[in-house]
Design a binder for this molecule. Structure first.
Ligand code: CP
Length: 301
């Protein structure tokens, strides 16, 4: 198996056919008991930045496949505390011969270069602001379960687009699948992309959308503080019972998590019948199991 081409760094060369295959496999996995296909083998799950959903869904996926997860969880009690670099940490765990490597890390780590050096697939589980491909795949799989046909649908992404790896991966994936993308948020959070519709006003944006995804304001990735207070942000861009009156009755509400309650989305919206927030998390297990299985078969190339 050629490693570099079965790794998953981004979605730029994904195709509708590859997405259909991934979706069908994830649906089949959802409906069947775990199939332990890799007895005695391991998967390295290396998280150099915090995670709950991604880490634990990859762990669940590994247990379902029969891959023993070797979880590296941040800095404390690892040799990062002694000054070992992230790249050296990854290469040392790679030397233990895991079957697949899953990494979450910051922008400064040359993850794509590391993927080319190692003899097994490397899956990007959230790489700084560069991308979060498995999140975009599971978001779209969640929507496809509701919509059936994706082509022609309209997804609105609201909030901190500029600092969001989730948004970057959606910008790669959605146009390939014929889904139209709109963005809305404060000027300092927006980033222009070819083919992406930019809305200044949330009301107009929500009326346009077939689904809306709120993003967290990522203060940890800002070099300066954003200019809106949480209250003002909620007033202009928050998904609230009032603002969502402008969303079609048959449209869907998503959030990749984690959530700033009462800022980009109100807690009560989790109970809105249009909310897919926990469905996204559930899809994450099966989509990530499908990603692992396809990467090991060389089917992500
Ligand atoms: N959506 C997402 O990546 O969540 P975690 O940071 O909890 O993994």
């Amino acid at each position: 198996m050629s490693n570099a081409i079965s790794s998953l760094m981004n979605l730029v060369s994904f195709t509708p056919e590859k997405f259909e295959k991934l979706f069908s496999l994830s649906e089949a996995l959802r409906g069947t008991p775990p199939a332990v296909d890799f007895p005695g083998r391991t998967a390295a799950l290396l998280f150099f930045e915090p995670s709950t959903r991604t880490r634990m869904s990859f762990e669940s996926a590994c247990f379902r496949c029969g891959l023993g997860p070797l979880v590296f969880d941040g800095g404390p009690m690892t040799s990062l505390e002694k000054g070992e670099t992230v790249e050296d940490s990854i290469l040392n765990v790679v030397a233990m011969d895991p079957t697949v490597v899953v990494v979450r890390c910051g922008d400064s780590v040359p993850l794509d270069q590391i993927a080319k050096k190692i003899p097994m697939p490397l899956i990007n589980a959230g790489w700084g602001k560069v991308g979060h491909p498995t999140q975009a795949l599971l978001d779209v799989a969640t929507l496809k379960r509701k919509w059936g046909q994706l082509s022609g649908k309209k997804l609105l992404i609201v909030g901190d687009i500029k600092h969001s790896r989730v948004a970057q991966s959606h910008f790669e994936l959605l146009p390939l699948l014929g889904v139209k993308v709109g963005i809305c948020g404060p000027e300092q959070f927006l980033q222009s992309h070819a083919g992406v519709e930019v809305f200044r006003d949330l009301t107009a944006a929500l009326k346009w959308a077939d689904a809306v995804m709120a993003l967290r304001v990522q203060l940890e990735r800002h070099s300066d503080s954003h200019q809106l207070s949480p209250e003002s942000y909620r007033g202009f861009y928050g998904l609230t019972a009032k603002s969502l009156q402008n969303l079609k009755r048959e449209a869907w509400i998503l959030h990749p998590g984690p959530v700033n309650h009462g800022v980009e989305i109100d807690t009560e919206i989790f109970q809105d019948p249009r909310s897919l927030i926990f469905e996204q998390v559930r899809s994450g297990v099966y989509v990530r199991e499908a990603v692992i299985r396809m990467s090991l078969r060389g089917e992500l190339r």
